[in-house]
Design a protein around this ligand. Sequence first.
Ligand code: FEO
Ligand code: CA
Ligand code: CA
Length: 521
Amino acid sequence: MNKNRREFLKFLGVSSVGLSQLSSLSLLGSCSHQKKALSSRRLPSFKDDLILREGLHYYPLISWGDSINQHEAFGFNNDYITYKPLSPDELIMWVNHEYTNPLFVSGRERSKENIDKERRSVGGSIIKVKKENQKWRFQAGDPHNRGVRGDTPIKFAYDKEIMGAKIVEGTCSNCAGGFTPWGTFLSCEENPHKNYGEKNRHTGDFRPSSQWSQWEKFYPHPIEHYSWVVEIEPETGAAQKHINLGRFGHESATCTVSNNQVVVYSGDDKEDEHLYKFVSQNDKDFKQGTLYVANLEQGKWLPLDLEKSPELKKHFKNQIEVLTYCREASKIVGATPLNRPEDIEVHPHNGDVYVTLTRSDKRHDPFGSILKVSEKNADHTSLNFTHETFVMGGEASQFACPDNLAFDQNGHLWMATDMSDKDIGQSPYKSFGNNGLFVIPTSGAAAGEVIQVASCPVDAEFTGLCFSPDQKSLFVSVQHPGEGTRNIHQPTSTWPTGSTPKPTVVVIEGEFLESLTQKRV
Ligand code: FEO
Ligand code: CA
Ligand code: CA
């Protein structure tokens, strides 16, 4: 057996015992055999179920509406997942709740009561999770369990003020996030204008939120109170919003350390918006540092700093204003517009930075791609980089609209897709089935091959991919099943209980996962 074949079989998780069986699949070899191999790596389905490839199983961990303490329930639309381990089998877990669907959560009438219910269903939840009898279990009633919600008072970090406020009301639109080197959670506010509307700072024109939100009706908060990165203490739930990391449609806040400095990568998920990184002066806090935005043509990180980019002085009174209106500042310094940058992960072995560019209707890119950014000398504080497309979505790779990412310790990239509920099953997305979970090796014979691992229930997407400390379990949020429902009595999905659809965090385990994630000797 040649080395490539051996490595590829090893990658697919097949032991020598299973080789004869695999040979019959003819995974490698002639062109026609390659074709068969590709089809065996696919799992498209329109079924209203969580479908897994052979060698995997799943069980639910916690669902929307489950009580986490005497007063609070697990919120809606679970998204990003991270945790602080207390031991290998005991975790303080953070789960984002990105947005609500009034049809399920409250009611479409825009009453204060309904809006208050929605505000208590977003933000994030801290939950204690423990492994008991070989299974991860949510610990209801544990004193760590608490919500940080749309109505929780939250201060700006380091006693700074925005629009005259040091403390603001709540967090919302919490999409992805990060985990700091000092052991706290980061949660990113992506699209808060969908809840509160937004005012143009130059003309004063107000654009209301969607007709199914309208929180501004009872809570006319300045939009500048939102769209920040929120840091949360795992033990106490104390939260603060970080002005230094900038204000834009933060998808994620992925932390890494170079030269004893923490670097935070973040994408702004909107057509033609940008890729950012914050370089802190140390690896202990975000008190001092510089926010940069990427120019891909020049391979340069451009400082969003009044002193380092003096052209900003014509447009902004002070540095806080630059950081509050990053989208405007980025265009002035010459940042490269991108096709909706979503999640970002750093390769655990070589430091390359992988960024999903989910799609762009404007630029006729319906399938999206994954961008690979290599910092000069693998130094994350460097101001120079090169970049290339790692993999494109489309018919050949059999995925569309890449969104959430995670690396396992062996450097395999796990990726989930996010086609909208209106697009699933329609041209040009017909052949992709429902949204899926995929794994893509980044080195060896199978580098760049896209292998489907799971398929979502109807209208849902997988979010918040997060490995347990031993990497034998993958925590995944199943977000917005049945999102396309118009009549609550006829939901488009009844996953997972057979009635009203429920966003749910699940645990995926099995031989296939372990064959990829367990350390190789
Ligand atoms: Fe919350 Fe851009 O996905
Ligand atoms: Ca996303
Ligand atoms: Ca998404």
